[in-house]
Write a protein that binds this ligand. Structure first.
Ligand code: URA
Length: 433
């Protein structure tokens, strides 16, 4: 087989066979196929796309390029959740304990973040003492005992995806739906998921800006799941403003705890109930979505999920008291109030600018391995649809030693205020099964 023939084939709009895809992924992973040929192939895929068979062949080839996690010692159906990411998205911290408390085993590997705030792992590390490394034995034991463990990614999972992603990043081929779908699904499958719930965000602060692209990505991922025998459901949700009110690592843990106490913001609570209901149905705990939603809402209000969160924190070496007293989370030295200079209704909050403002305060990484400040971030006091009067506080910056002027400026520009009341933004646009 010659790679040049495959580039030629794809460039002319033909499909690649499973053998050809396996050959490419194996050769690229072991270094026998050079970057420049794969770069040309990626660009051909970018323009010509891939059919469903090719995308699932690519996914499984990437799964097979490295180690896979065997979760079979864990009892029950292992349902994983993946979000395509957004500003203020702390859903994993809430729905993990929530579904675990009704018996869905949560055996999750999560990443650190590159971007406005850290990833789930960084957020968890903001809890004093919390350890994200467990031995394989401890990991399995914790999930069997308390139904939840979340650890950092380790081992050699999907090395082909790591190499391909780095190459896509420098060849302007990241935003290709078959490449994104296979990249995400390969990691979930290699991590041992039996079933997968996807939260595909759409809007100005999301990876997929348009609803039609988000739906298309969701359909391709659900189809991969079907072909590879993993029940998969995708929820298409809004990212035209940050999720919840808190953005920043420890601030997001605080809001997650408040949500587990049954007093979280409406948007965050509802997206968590929606995602966790689908997880609990796929996990075989409830018959249908309506029953799951009703029961999980009760669980959230009962404090049972909060108790699971406490056990989870304790089992991974963290300070369990944070669950009763969020003041024990890292606190920034100063709080700077941002005051509205006009009156009206909030029409829009550019999530990307808010994310950048938080990153500049030190909550996120610009480059890999950069140290982040867990305590800093932003609390929004107004969301889309809220009335604001000149002189009102519309946000609070939690800062330590960095200059906050650029963050404040970004935040001011992120808010669009108009005289008339806007229509409420939808939270969930569609469910793809
Ligand atoms: N997230 C991933 O994991 N892969 C992509 O290709 C894009 C987003």
């Amino acid at each position: 087989m010659r790679v040049v023939d495959m580039i030629h084939k794809k460039r002319n709009g033909f499909s690649l066979s499973k053998q050809e895809i396996d050959f490419i992924i194996k050769g690229y992973t072991d270094g026998s196929i050079p970057d420049y040929q794969i770069a040309a192939l990626l660009m051909a895929i970018y323009y010509k796309g891939m059919n469903e068979q090719e995308v699932s062949d690519l996914t499984i080839a990437m799964v097979n390029s490295g180690d896979t996690i065997d979760l079979s010692p864990i009892k029950g159906i292992k349902v994983d959740k993946h979000s395509t990411g957004g500003v203020g998205d702390k859903t994993s911290l809430i729905l993990g304990p929530l579904v675990a408390s009704v018996g869905v085993p949560v055996a999750k590997m999560s990443g650190r973040g590159l971007g406005h705030t850290g990833g789930t792992i960084d957020k968890l590390e903001s809890i004093p003492g919390f350890k994200i490394e467990l031995t394989a034995g401890q990991f399995i034991q914790n999930v069997n005992r308390i139904k939840i463990a979340i650890v950092g990614q380790s081992g050699n999972l999907t090395p082909a995806d790591k190499k391909l992603y780095a190459l896509r990043d420098v060849t302007a081929t990241v935003d290709s739906i078959p490449l994104i779908a296979s990249s995400i699904m390969s990691k979930k499958i290699a991590s041992g998921a039996d079933a997968i719930v996807l939260d595909v965000k759409t809007g100005s602060g999301a990876f997929m800006k348009s609803l039609s692209d988000a739906k298309q990505l969701a359909r391709v991922m659900v189809e991969i799941g079907k072909r590879l025998n993993r029940k998969t459901i995708a929820v298409i949700s809004d990212m035209n403003q940050p999720l919840g009110y808190e953005i920043g690592n420890a601030l997001e843990v605080k809001e997650a705890i408040e949500t587990l106490q049954g007093r979280g913001p409406d948007d965050l609570t509802e997206i968590c109930l929606t995602l966790s209901s689908h997880m609990a149905v796929l996990g075989g705990i409830y018959h249908d979505f309506e029953e799951a939603h009703r029961e999980l809402e009760k669980i959230l209000r009962s404090g049972k999920a909060l108790e699971t969160m406490k056990q989870f924190i304790e089992a991974q070496g963290g300070l369990p008291d944070v669950v009763e007293n969020v003041q024990k989370l890292p606190q920034a030295r100063s709080q700077v109030e941002v005051i509205a200079s006009e009156s009206g209704y909030v029409h829009f909050i550019d999530a990307e600018s808010v994310g950048l403002a938080v990153m500049l305060l030190g909550a996120g990484r610009k480059i890999k391995d950069e140290k982040i400040d867990y305590a800093v971030g932003i609390t929004l006091k107004k969301k889309v649809g809220d009335q604001v009067r000149k002189g009102d506080i519309f946000a609070i910056l939690h800062t330590n030693n960095r200059d906050h002027r650029e963050s404040e400026e970004l935040l001011r520009h992120a808010y669009k205020v108009k005289a008339e009341k806007p229509d409420q933004l939808p939270l969930i646009y569609d469910i793809i099964k």
